[in-house]
Ligand binder design. Sequence first.
Ligand SMILES: Nc1ncnc2c1ncn2[C@@H]1O[C@H](COP(=O)(O)OP(=O)(O)OP(=O)(O)O)[C@@H](O)[C@H]1O
Ligand SMILES: [Mg+2]
Length: 336
Amino acid sequence: MAANAFGIDLGTNNIKIYTRSDDHILVEKNMIAIENKNTLFAYGDSAFEMYEKAPGNIHISYPLSNGVIADIKNMETLVRYFVNDLQRGNSKPADFYIAVPTDVTEVEKRAFYDLIRDAGVKAKKIMVVEKAVADGLGLDIDVKNSQGVLVVNVGYETTEISILSLGGIVLSRLIKTGGLKFDEAIRAAVRKEFSLIIGGKTAETVKTSINDLEREGKGAVVYGRDIVTGLPVEREIPTKLVVECLEEHFHAIVDNVKVILERTPPELAADIYRHGIYLTGGASQISHLAERLEVGTGLKINLAEDPMVSVVTGLAKIIKDDNYKSVAYAIEGMSK
Ligand SMILES: Nc1ncnc2c1ncn2[C@@H]1O[C@H](COP(=O)(O)OP(=O)(O)OP(=O)(O)O)[C@@H](O)[C@H]1O
Ligand SMILES: [Mg+2]
């Protein structure tokens, strides 16, 4: 039987792992909780559960920052635990396909390869795939034969805007905006307008519920601490305030997409015009972003069905179908 294989999309907020042997995708928070500076206390979703609530001796953090590995040791630990859990004791050597951002330095890119090599997961083969290429495959685009495909992935700390053609990347730009910036904007607006301090999780819940609240014509009910009295209170926040405070971030995304379009060779621009923009990534689901992008660029928008997992779904396709293997590459000069 062929070796098992894993496809990994290391997101700043969520780690997504495809396992060939059971054809399943795991999505967990890319988070680690360390007790007394050296003992693993919790990881993944259970570490996130404790976030903003844990005592001082438990340190909870994200090992990735802005899409690149910031804390190698903790990232290795997380990969080892997740992969071991998925292997359920059967730790035979496996192939690993890892998605990497394009617009980062060679050293940062290579760090993803080194991470898998050093994580203690018995990697037989390590292949790298540009995130936007995996995204395209995950969105069911015939990436190898298409010319001029524009993919916008709005994640947690980053938004990656890329132009693909014939299985490769023509242009790519990684900008520092995404779901976290949206949460922070909501927290700042609520603080300013209502003198109320809310937590990050509350802001995220408000953000993900705007769609429904707008439809129902209701405000978002939040609990937080009143700045003046210092006491816990409940308030209803109008959705209008939430949407207004996000506009500046929507603008940043639209403007950066326009910059990429301006740099696109004209023949590809014609194809992009026909296809429209492919919008994906967890935070792309935010209310009104697709509209702003459509109006701002004059292009039609194709929404991902399952935006959080489009990159890892693409990795799964590469693993399952040899026709797509050519989009994955090995990093040369690796020292074992
Ligand atoms: N329904 C929703 N509406 C708006 N935002 C959402 C929704 N569901 C998830 N999100 C946001 O998506 C973000 C996570 O998306 P994703 O998993 O694609 O990011 P990531 O890959 O971990 O980050 P990055 O690509 O920046 O490294 C979070 O900020 C989360 O709040
Ligand atoms: Mg991502």
